[in-house]
Design a protein around this ligand. Structure first.
Ligand SMILES: [Zn+2]
Length: 307
């Protein structure tokens, strides 16, 4: 299984010397990242990210380069040494604000997954929202609109599909398979929809696939198993799922388009997209404001790393 992941995320990396706790490691940075992440920090990191109104754009550590799950969130790329670490989030935020003002670009903070501390990282974005007067919410929606990549946003949003949201150049929301959503098919296909990704493990009927044929688009079934148990099938077909998400113009959904959809998109992001500098997905199901927490996402991620 890991070999599959490596095949897709390993293409452009070269071995480097990395310092972890003064231990020099010469190996593939992706392998190092997966080996050296401390699972006990993941909960704190995720909780912090999800507590921010603008976490979607905030969390990307150097948008053009690496995510927090890469060893380079902790080690400098120039010499592999650990970046300056702050003991508390507040210390890191203070430093980030100072540097943002000094250099005129946005600096972000994040809980490191490799050490006890918090780090500050430069981004290629202009001044932080709070300094320039743009609210995090405005920035968030701008990012979401951009993520539609040529799909007709106005047409898509006027369909009133429950929990609909743009993600990675495609869409997520309640499944389109029920007769109640039939009205939305023609407008969505006209707006640029080309691919259905069905995450329901318990769905055995052919009706959804046939509906896709009727409208001339592709159907892909990627069952996400509930209750934290990931079957080998999920791991085996993971590269196909990633390739389809990369193409955009998809509609990804479980039944309600909430929880298993969160899990599938987080798997895509953590194991595939983060290292390419792609932003994390908007979480719709496992949100604190809905009285839920992210432990099921965490469990799915943990199981994926142990396959
Ligand atoms: Zn660190």
């Amino acid at each position: 299984m890991m070999a599959n992941f490596m095949a897709i995320i390993d293409r452009s990396y070269y071995p480097l010397i990395i310092n972890i706790k003064d231990k020099k490691v010469r190996m593939n940075p992706v392998l190092t990242s997966l080996k050296e992440i401390k699972p006990r920090y993941i909960g704190l990191w995720l909780k912090d990210q999800l507590s921010r109104p603008d976490w979607f754009s905030n969390m990307v550590v150097e948008r053009s380069a690496w995510g927090a799950f890469s060893i380079y969130a902790h080690a400098r790329r120039s010499d592999g040494k650990a970046k300056a670490a702050y003991t508390t989030k507040m210390d890191a935020e203070g430093s980030a604000l100072k540097m943002s003002k000094k250099y005129g670009v946005r600096f972000v903070t994040y809980k490191c997954l490799f050490c006890d501390g918090w780090h500050v990282s430069k981004t290629s974005d202009p001044m932080p929202a709070s300094v320039e007067g743009k609210t995090p919410a405005e920035e968030y929606s701008a990012t979401e609109v951009n993520s539609l990549r040529g799909m007709d946003m106005e047409k898509v949003l006027s369909q009133n599909i429950p929990d609909l949201a743009p993600v990675y150049g495609g869409l997520r929301g309640r499944t389109l398979s029920s007769a109640r959503q039939y009205y939305a098919w023609r407008p969505l296909v006209d707006a640029g929809l080309r691919q259905i990704i069905d995450l329901r493990a318990d769905y055995k009927s052919d009706a959804y696939r046939k509906r896709c044929e009727e409208f001339g688009i592709s159907y892909y079934h990627y069952p996400v198993v509930r209750g934290g148990k990931l079957e080998n099938e999920m791991a085996d077909h993971f590269p196909e799922l990633c390739a389809l998400i990369d193409k955009g113009h998809f509609y990804i959904a479980c039944a309600h388009g909430l929880h298993r959809t969160d899990i599938a998109l987080c798997l895509y992001w953590v194991f595939y997209a983060a290292d390419k500098g792609i932003a994390p997905p908007p979480i719709r199901g496992y949100r604190e404001d809905k009285g839920l927490d992210t432990h099921k996402i965490m469990r799915a991620l943990n199981e994926m790393t142990s396959i």
